[in-house]
Design a protein around this ligand. Structure first.
Ligand code: GAR
Length: 204
């Protein structure tokens, strides 16, 4: 069965990208091949991680291409050029247009650092999610991997993992625990599961 070519889109540090790369290197993403890393931030550390793993990179920088749709067109071109079958949003901080999500319908997944439908939607990203969870006083939070459609954080849920809030948590300590215990676990697993599903569909 042919492996699905995967692109990972990142804007920053890329620890979720690293979790995927490590999982693939350990042979645990047999249905997929991490073929491309895309960033909308030329100085994202994620690009270094890609280079170290010998994965091709493509940059559509927010500063040099300020228009969101123009950036998307550039990215779509790169995805096509690299024969990408699955797009993974791993800390990608630009909301995608309807045209983009339709072009890869049910072939874009995202990791979000809360248990959707809590603390999600426009304005909830990165540390802000954990600040909101602590301000609300929740005792359990976690992470969600979901398909991406035209509704921000609204697509079908693929996987979730709960993480307990601890006394004295700051947004930073909570973010780190949610990443380590949930995101870095369920995202690589979801990449494998969706690639497997896509390659089985293709084989039908
Ligand atoms: C992760 O916590 C990810 O869930 C979050 O940004 C962080 C990126 O970290 N994404 C969102 O908030 C999307 N709404 P990373 O670059 O180290 O993977």
């Amino acid at each position: 069965m042919s492996r699905v070519r995967v692109a990972v889109l990142c804007s920053g540090g890329g620890t979720n990208l690293q979790a995927i790369l490590d999982c693939a290197a350990a042979g645990n993403i047999p249905a997929g091949e991490i073929a491309l890393v895309v960033s909308d931030n030329a100085s994202a550390y994620a690009l270094e991680r890609a280079k170290r793993a010998n994965v091709a990179t493509f940059i559509a920088d927010r500063k040099t291409i300020p228009d969101r749709l123009a950036r998307e067109r550039a990215i779509l071109g790169a995805l096509k050029e690299h024969g990408i079958g699955l797009v993974v949003l791993a800390g990608f901080m630009t909301i995608l247009s309807d045209a983009f999500t339709k072009a890869y319908e049910m072939r874009i997944i995202n990791v979000h650092p809360s248990l959707i439908p809590s603390f999600c939607g426009p304005g909830f990203y990165g540390l802000k999610v954990h600040e909101a969870a602590l301000a609300r006083g929740v005792k359990v939070t976690g992470a969600t991997v979901h398909f991406v459609n035209e509704v921000c954080d609204g697509g079908p849920i693929i996987a979730q993992k709960a993480v307990y809030v601890q006394e004295g948590d700051t947004p930073e300590t909570l973010q780190k625990r949610v990443m380590r215990e949930a995101e870095w676990v369920i995202l690589p697993q979801a990449v494998q599961a969706v690639c497997k599903q896509l390659s089985e569909q293709k084989g039908e």
